[in-house]
Design a protein around this ligand. Sequence first.
Ligand SMILES: [Zn+2]
Length: 274
Amino acid sequence: MRFDKTLEVQRAMAIYAHPDDAEFGMAGTVAKWAKAGVEFTYCMVTNGASGSQDPKMTRKRLRNVRAAEQREAARILGVKNVVFLDFEDGYLEPTIDVRRAVAREIRRHRPDVIFTMDPTTRYGGGYVNHPDHIAAGEVVLRSINPDASTRQMLPELWQKERLEPHKPKALFLMAFGKPDTIVDVSDVVEIKMRALLAHRSQIEPESVDFVRGWMRETGKKKRYSYAEGFKVLRFEEDGQTRRDARREGRKAPQARGRRASPRTTRARRGRPAR
Ligand SMILES: [Zn+2]
């Protein structure tokens, strides 16, 4: 899919803290791109186990409920792969373990575009941003430089797991406030709302109208009925990465990360719960 003059997208990846984060901010764009043939991967960093005020709920039960809800939302949107990293909801920090786990998924799925939340947003009108959102966004920034893109950073990923460095062409930050890029999602707005409502443990059908309100507001300037807004950073492929890719391509084509992906992804999904 061609997004604009300079950005061609075949694979995209959304990396975010909690189940439902992606649905709130960017599910219209996900549905639209998936329809256009983009292979989308969701990478949910925490397990969502803190998202309840019910004294009878347990973290273990909620974790399973929320994973099922996220799978259902992904199915509705046409997301191809859903990866659960399973770090604890509410306790997320940008530690080297989290950074390695995220860098591994980026190297494995090799997205042209990564989506995440802007980690510089700490609070707004009547809103304090969740620290997990900030931590997940921070981890994604670190993945672009240096964790996923630099050969001698986390060298075990290519030495032991054969996952070559990878840098996306662009980063789309869910912008609270001033987006520089507006995506028209008018024709997929109902799909987005259905995906959002798949998160039954979090959202009541009568309480989602404010999301439509956001999307109408975002679209106003461009005269779209509904839109989503992002801050977009674009990256040049650097010389080192290009040289390495050429060398690896000549030497050992079977060792490229992308080729190992379907097998390793299936294996991970089938592993026992941590
Ligand atoms: Zn969240």
